[in-house]
Design a binder for this molecule. Structure first.
Ligand code: SAM
Length: 336
């Protein structure tokens, strides 16, 4: 079994793939309010190209793939794409991150196609607030999506909740209570101020999830639990008698760069070794410059590009040190 090891000895086994920069929502923490420039269609990687890249990545040692966006369920053909991924031998885990809007329609089909599990973004349990955060989204649809994912067995289901001070931090306990009656894994995520608009408008909205964890610990008795076989960034806890878990993702207050096991493939075909650094490898250009039937050369080029991306993976992000002048990035473009 091959392994992809970077210069710092980190094993890279996880590829996060954005299949579109389009989204039916414009969440306040993700997409800027100003006119958003979409990547032209011909610049978005085709499904066949993505499958080809994933096949090579798996040959090199990647075992887990997460499909994201934009909103991945907004791209046509996603079910057939998952079927193709399922055919890749040695790919052990296929997951997908979604806002849940289309999930009630897709959950069964995705499960049948070979998807293992889903992460669903959910930042409020209050209709009006949910609408405000997502700029027009439907809480009802998201909750239906969660029900459908449970029914289809897309487990474990992780619920991503970005905590925004003064906006949804009053709902922490409501989210925690969701874990009591159902096997849902709520993950509180730290708000990353990743673009100029966010820095200007939300500078005081960051909230450390460690602070949240401490205040919860005063009220609830919870024990650590492993739902991830130990290699994800969240640490999970279970409340006594609960069915689900609570996770804390401390991207900023306690970063996990030392154990980072992932690289990303953006929808426009760039390999990005670190979310927080603008260093990218243009794998799309490399493969589009090679004839489609030149299989051996294509395979070699893709492998070389992946190897190069791994070799330049930075040691860590420095978002904490330089909040104001770190490389700026738009999550909806790269894929969260
Ligand atoms: N549309 C899908 C969704 O809503 O889950 C997938 C894409 S979205 C970019 C993926 C994740 O990125 C979301 O769950 C959200 O938690 C995270 N995200 C986006 N912007 C973020 C920010 N500024 N800080 C923290 N997390 C962010």
């Amino acid at each position: 079994m091959n392994k992809l090891i970077d210069n710092l000895g980190r094993e890279i086994s996880y590829l996060r793939v954005s299949i579109t920069d389009r989204c039916n929502y414009s969440c306040i923490y993700c997409k800027p309010e100003e006119q958003f420039e979409f990547i032209p269609h011909e610049e978005i990687l085709r499904y066949e190209e993505i499958v080809e890249i994933i096949e090579e990545a798996v040959n090199l040692g990647v075992t887990k793939v997460r499909i994201t966006g934009g909103e991945p369920l907004a791209r046509k053909g996603v079910v057939d794409f998952i079927k193709k991924l399922k055919e890749i031998k040695k790919l052990e885990d296929i997951s997908l991150t979604t806002n849940g809007f289309f999930l009630s329609e897709y959950a069964e089909k995705l499960k049948d196609a070979g998807l293992n599990r889903v992460n669903i973004s959910l930042d409020s349990l209050q209709e009006e607030k949910y609408k405000r955060i997502t700029r027009g989204g439907s809480l009802e649809k998201a909750l239906k999506g969660i029900d459908s994912a449970l029914k289809a067995g897309l487990l474990p289901i992780k619920i991503n909740t970005v905590l925004i001070r003064g906006i949804n931090d009053d709902e922490v306990e409501d989210f925690v209570r969701l874990t009591l009656g159902r096997p849902l894994n709520i993950r509180f995520i730290e708000f990353m101020l990743s673009g100029e608009e966010l820095k200007d408008n939300y500078r005081d909205k960051f909230i450390s999830v460690l602070e949240i964890k401490e205040s919860l610990a005063e009220k609830y008795s919870f024990r650590p639990i492993d739902i991830n076989s130990g290699n994800g960034p969240a640490k999970y806890y279970q409340i006594k008698g609960g069915q689900g878990t609570i996770g804390f993702i401390t991207a900023l207050s306690q970063h996990f760069c030392k154990t980072c096991n992932r690289i990303r493939l953006t929808s426009e075909g760039k390999l990005r070794p670190c979310l927080f650094s603008n260093i990218e490898i243009d794998i799309k250009r490399a493969i589009r410059n090679t004839k489609a039937d030149d299989k051996i050369i294509r395979s070699k080029i893709i492998r070389n590009n992946i190897g190069e991306a791994i070799s330049i993976k930075p040691e860590g992000h420095r978002l904490n040190e330089k909040f104001s002048n770190r490389d700026s990035f738009k999550m909806s473009k790269i894929g969260g």
